[in-house]
Design a binder for this molecule. Sequence first.
Ligand code: SAH
Ligand code: DHB
Ligand code: MG
Length: 237
Amino acid sequence: MTPRVSGRRLGSAGGGEPDPAWVAVEDWFDERFLSPDEVLEQALAASDAAGLPPIAVSASQGALLQSLALAMGARRILEVGTLGGYSAIWLGRALPADGQLVSCEIDRKHAEVARANLARAGLADRVKVIVGAAVQTLDRLIDASADPFDVTFIDADKPSNADYVARAILLSRPGSLIVIDNVVRHGRILAADPDGNARGVHRVVDLIAAEPRLSATAVQTVGSKGWDGFILARVAG
Ligand code: SAH
Ligand code: DHB
Ligand code: MG
């Protein structure tokens, strides 16, 4: 058996079983590029033990988010959808000591699990988990004229994606990056009878396409989470 380096778990929620070759390739890179990480492993184990769904980003996706945040020189990061804090650990580790990640989570139990995981990661001082419907949380940040975020990661209820992007623009600076998870959904976005999640992707894509302040591209991904992808949208500078 090859060593497990990154806490990968199979079974992408919502079906679409991964091709074993995708997983083998992901493992091959992970074994070379990622170090065993007790904190991340424990965050997944604690999330599992608490009954949270296994839908965190994969380790290689977490590493991608971290690279993007580092490349952006991010000092302030916004996340929509905390779950157990797995992606927040990857992103939070990209921050300088005086940086901040604000993560929005509607489920009180998820937020509690995340706070414990983030504390174990030594990130309690840098990451603030705000419990509530993210639209309201973002509206409150806008009303409070919060300092702009350099990077926003949107990964919550998919039908609300457009609501989140519209608000993330207002919470951005010129040059900020907005990343949206799960925009391919095993290709189901092109289904003849799109479900609510697929319609959420259509809505956010229509918004971005019509929004002169954003330039965007979609990156399709395959691996342990099946066939999915991210939108990367840059706020005009
Ligand atoms: N980003 C996480 C995964 C998030 S899963 C990771 O990769 O580790 C999606 C999360 O969004 C769930 O915890 C869910 O409770 C939360 N969520 C769903 N609807 C929400 C809403 N309206 N506002 C805020 N959070 C929401
Ligand atoms: C689901 C949600 C996610 O954010 C994800 O990355 C994978 C699956 C889901 O709700 O099925
Ligand atoms: Mg996701």
